[in-house]
Ligand binder design. Structure first.
Ligand code: FMN
Length: 206
């Protein structure tokens, strides 16, 4: 049998791949979804660096994943030098791990960033008002925000000061791996997306 049965649903390799992307899409829409806060990894001259982000957008057709960040952050600088990037998702209730890797493009002064900024809420924009960049050493445990915004979100007009610090990172995925944990034996599959549109799907030994 060339399918896997999960919660009463039978998946072919192709069906599984579609299901994984739909799960990711769902994770981008719902802030309480188990896939909403993945881990993103990249490398710099000191080694590997990982951190949690918010999955902001998924484009299934283009095989793209999006997060937002401060352009003064370490990861933004690192990705400018080396744009290889990996994502890690774990759906604990579903016992499904999804790993993806690809290349990142950075957007700050373009229509992509402008659209993302325009549709961001004031509470999302607020963190870009931090006065000195992320990772700057501070004399005490402070937020870095102007005092007025500690208690309240900025108004749309006040938030504009943060626009110059706001960036969008788009990953175009070239590889995805799916792993399902099961007491009777795990299942694993790998998918590659070539630039020329070639798609390869394989079952893998977990
Ligand atoms: C639940 C959660 C969501 C986060 N979302 C983001 C995000 O979308 N973008 C971001 O830059 N940092 C986000 N962070 C903070 C990062 O994990 C990280 O601490 C920060 O971006 C600095 O990373 P860097 O020094 O590698 O640039 C989030 C942290 C948590 C705990």
């Amino acid at each position: 049998m060339n399918t896997v049965l999960i919660d009463g649903i039978e998946y072919s390799l192709e069906g599984l791949e579609k299901d994984a992307w739909l799960r990711l899409l769902n994770g981008s829409f719902k802030y309480k979804d188990v896939l909403h806060n993945p881990v993103v990894a990249n490398v710099n001259q000191h080694g590997v660096n990982i951190r949690t982000v918010v999955l902001r957008k998924v484009n299934i057709t283009k095989k793209q994943l999006v997060f937002h960040t401060d352009v003064r952050s370490g990861k933004w600088n690192d990705l400018q030098q080396q744009n290889n990037i990996s994502w890690l998702f774990y759906d604990a209730p579903g016992k499904i791990q999804i790993r993806l890797s690809g290349t990142a493009t950075l957007h700050q002064d373009d229509a992509v960033a402008e659209e993302a900024w325009t549709t961001s809420t004031m509470s999302s924009r607020k963190i870009y008002l931090v006065e000195t960049g992320p990772s700057t050493i501070a004399a005490s445990p402070v937020s870095g925000l102007p005092a007025a915004f500690e208690a309240n979100d900025p108004t749309p007009e006040e938030s504009l000061a943060g626009r110059k610090n706001f960036g969008v990172v788009i990953t175009t995925v070239t590889w995805m791996e799916w792993l399902w944990l099961n007491s009777k034996g795990h299942r694993r599959a790998g998918f590659t997306y070539a630039k020329d549109g070639n798609f390869k799907a394989d079952w893998l030994i977990p």
